[in-house]
Design a binder for this molecule. Structure first.
Ligand code: UDP
Ligand code: MG
Length: 318
């Protein structure tokens, strides 16, 4: 098979407006630095015209390989699909909305090619124009994750170059609940960072709802830390001590015949313990749900169809 130097993996979901323009810009930038590349676009079950655009774009962009997932699996799984398809000696992951500036591509490739960095990550110095609640949520999430798992992902983005060895290492991680940013930090290896400012989206809207971001955050925390479970335990112990003390006091008063009508205390205690128990159960539930997903061991995604650019014929002949 022909040797491919760089694979660029791009997950897309409902990006019909600008997908063609974005891909052209990416190809232009790539041609400046490498003569051997492929672009792998994963259509994550778009409901607009994205797929028909992608399949016809293959005529103009010979290096384009498009895969269409059977439904919307979410960006994390689209990324998995892309990494599975990529054949290059290095794989670059980027968004389709130009919020990951293609102008950085050559710098990333240089760092890998000339300095032997195995992971090149682009780090956000500002988060671009973002809704207040999302920015606040993200900042809280990264702080929490840092505290709980010791991983500092502040400013981390999915805009990364991975050497073939990292991609192979990634593929050895069998979990269904993937968190790309966390997992690429976890594998180690030698890395370089490039700071960048997040520009505005070229068109369309972000496909993440606040709810889907919260879901991703919970998934990530559950996947990378078991401290929440231990906190539940700690609460249990603290409450046990408290209730033993309270029990002794109640008994003493009972025998002294001075038992009082501590109604407020009882109600407050009831509410407090009740909610603590519910929260604890919720935390356990999250871990259980995650174990359940892993045990089922379902495939992460299904590919419905593929469309190859003109270069593929030459590729397949090798
Ligand atoms: N995306 C995807 N599946 C989804 C949601 C998003 O493949 O379910 C893609 C999207 O097309 C884009 C990238 O993931 O290329 C980043 O998405 P977006 O710009 O909506 O996220 P944000 O920039 O707000 O983090
Ligand atoms: Mg975006």
């Amino acid at each position: 098979m022909k040797d491919i130097e760089i694979s660029v993996v791009i997950p897309v979901y409902n990006e019909e407006v600008h997908i063609a323009g974005s891909l052209r810009t990416v190809v232009e930038q790539l041609r400046k630095t490498t003569s051997s590349f492929e672009i792998i676009v994963i259509d994550d079950g778009s409901r607009d015209e994205t797929w028909s655009k992608l399949s016809s774009l293959g005529q103009q962009l010979p290096e384009l390989y498009s895969y269409r997932l059977s439904r919307n699996f979410g960006k994390e799984y689209a990324l998995c699909a892309g990494l599975d398809q990529a054949r290059g000696r290095a794989v670059i992951i980027m968004d389709s909305d130009m919020q990951h500036p293609p102008s950085l591509l050559s710098q990333m490739i240089q760092l890998w090619r000339n300095e032997g960095k195995q992971i090149v990550e682009c780090v956000k110095v500002n988060r671009g124009k973002e809704r207040f609640d999302k920015a606040l949520g993200a900042s809280l999430f990264y702080r929490l994750l840092n505290r709980l798992s010791g991983m500092d992902l502040r400013g981390a983005s999915d805009f990364k170059l991975l050497d073939r060895r990292i991609v192979d290492a990634w593929k050895l991680m069998p979990e269904r609940n993937t968190f790309f940013r966390g997992m690429t930090a976890w594998v180690g290896f030698e890395r370089a960072q490039i700071p960048f400012e997040v520009p505005e989206r070229v068109g369309g809207n972000s496909q993440w709802s606040l709810f889907s971001l919260i879901k991703l955050a919970v998934q990530a925390i559950v996947a990378f830390s078991s401290i929440p479970l231990r906190i539940v335990n700690l609460f249990g112990v603290i409450f046990l001590i408290g209730s033993v003390l309270l029990g002794i006091q109640t008994l003493v008063r009972y025998f002294m015949g001075t038992a009082v009508s501590g109604f407020t205390t009882v109600i407050l205690l009831l509410l407090f313990t009740g909610s603590l128990i519910l929260i604890s159960l919720g935390i356990m539930g999250e871990y259980m749900a995650s174990i359940y997903m892993e045990v089922k061991g379902r495939p992460r995604y299904f590919i419905r169809e593929a469309a190859y650019g003109a270069a593929s014929k030459e590729m397949l002949d090798y």
